[in-house]
Write a protein that binds this ligand. Structure first.
Ligand SMILES: *Cc1c(COP(=O)(O)O)cnc(C)c1O
Length: 437
């Protein structure tokens, strides 16, 4: 498979080169030259395949000859080492728990898959050590740190805003050590992002070190998210009904992967992009004009994105045909007040504690399903993208209940946080250059 740049001003590259580069040299996002169709036989008999076999079938054509088949199988086994349970909360609505990975957010799958692809690339190409540089507002950093932990030949430098990530998120970044280097920035997430951007365009760094990013536009992170939709389809309740997915969306990588799964032949009837008040895409779907905004802070902070980077990929899937897109995708945005109400409503139905992002998924699903003429013919599934413990204070205050700390988190609560302060770009630059000596 070859990938082209959506800025149309860079040469086509293979899978591993696109993964290593992250962004094309013309600053465009990579997009596959074709979206392959899967055999009907495979799709109709998903229940006869293991999750690993399904993931292999789904991703193998995107990887092409870049990774040997047995190595790709091993990468998938290592990536998918946890489950994706579906929980029915009403007779029409179920949720898909995507938080059973090590850092309790769905981003684990993409980060683990990407780390293993890069490590494989290092092993075979011997191009020298690689430094991953990433800015995080919370969830990405933890998933990337864990995904790349102890991966040979790769160092990870993570910039996060001091005092602006939750205690658990900070622990996930700062207690690993080894090849994970957390830098606490005296500033906002935008300041972190700005320094990372400066590093990527710095000619002196370009000359001296191999630098790459691990953010969600990387094709290894993006495409591996298709796995959830296929696995969920296999395990769906009420197989005779049509499936609708509601995806809590921020940068729109996850939902874009779902739409690709549909294009490959997975019979999904409709997608709902559920957002908080950062509702650039729902507004676009209403008005037809795309107007990026400055992001506004909410209680579902992993979706505080005013200009979602992956939306251009979704438009490309439909060749920028607005009406084709609208047939497959609806979108709704919700305030924090409504998110709180939804958390309470879900809790009241059957005692399930959702997180604020999942609660927005629930709202979008309910609103869309209420508009259907024949609601009984549909099974709605919303994605629970993080464990509520990651938003412990918010959720406990709203629901007036305690959330039990999952066992796999208890370990890090006693470890010491180790991080270095960072206040300006020149410090980051000297650190990067000194690591190359
Ligand atoms: C990152 C994140 C999202 C948004 O996912 P996108 O792929 O960026 O749309 C939603 N929920 C949680 C908990 C996240 O961490």
């Amino acid at each position: 498979m070859k990938y082209f740049s959506l800025n149309y001003n860079a040469r086509d590259v293979g899978f591993l080169e696109a993964v290593t580069k992250g962004l094309a040299p013309d600053r465009g996002l990579y997009f596959p030259k074709q979206i392959p169709k899967l055999e009907h036989d495979f799709i109709n008999n998903l229940d006869q395949y293991s999750d690993h076999e399904i993931a292999y079938e789904v991703i193998q054509q995107y990887v092409g000859d870049d990774i040997y088949s047995n190595d790709l199988k091993k990468i998938i086994q290592d990536t998918l080492s946890f489950n994706f349970p579906i929980i029915e909360i009403t007779d029409k609505i179920a949720l898909l728990e995507l938080f059973h990975g090590p850092t309790l957010a769905f981003k684990d799958v993409g980060a683990r898959f990407m780390a293993r692809c890069l490590s494989y690339n290092n092993d075979i190409k011997k191009e020298g050590d690689l430094t991953i540089l990433v800015a995080t507002s919370g969830d990405t950093g933890g998933a990337v740190a864990d995904g790349f932990y102890k991966v040979k030949g790769i160092d990870v430098i993570i910039l996060y805003p001091k005092g602006k990530v939750s205690d658990i998120q900070e622990r996930q970044l700062t207690t690993l050590g080894e090849n994970i280097i957390p830098l606490e920035v005296d500033g906002t997430f935008d300041d972190c992002q700005e320094m990372v951007k400066s590093a990527f365009v710095d000619p002196e760094l370009k000359e001296n070190i191999k630098l790459t990013s691990a953010n969600s536009i990387n094709i290894a992170r993006w495409l591996s998210q298709m796995f959830y939709y296929f696995i969920a389809y296999k395990n769906r309740p009420n197989p005779d009904k049509k499936i609708i997915f509601s995806v809590p969306s921020g940068n729109f990588g996850n939902i874009c992967a779902g739409i690709i799964a549909k294009q490959m032949g997975l019979p999904i009837d409709h997608f709902i992009a559920s957002t908080n008040i950062n509702d650039t895409v729902p507004e676009f779907l209403k008005s037809g004009s795309y107007t990026p905004k400055k992001s506004i802070q909410t209680i579902s902070n992993a979706m505080d994105v005013g200009n979602p980077s992956n939306f251009i990929r979704i438009q490309k899937i439909f060749n920028n045909d607005f009406f084709k897109l609208k047939k497959v995708l609806s979108g709704f945005g919700y305030t924090d007040k409504l998110t709180e109400k939804a958390l309470k409503e879900i809790f009241k139905i059957n005692g399930y504690i959702a997180d604020p992002h999942g609660a927005i998924g629930f709202l979008g699903l309910k609103q869309y399903m209420a508009s259907l003429k024949n609601e009984e013919a549909y099974q709605g599934i919303f994605l629970e993208t993080a464990h509520p413990i990651k938003f412990k204070n918010t959720v406990e205050n709203i629901l007036k209940t305690k959330i039990e700390t999952p066992t796999r988190l208890r370990g890090i609560l006693n470890l010491k946080k180790i991080r270095s302060p960072l206040s300006k770009y020149s410090e980051l630059k000297s650190l990067l250059l000194s690591r190359n000596k």
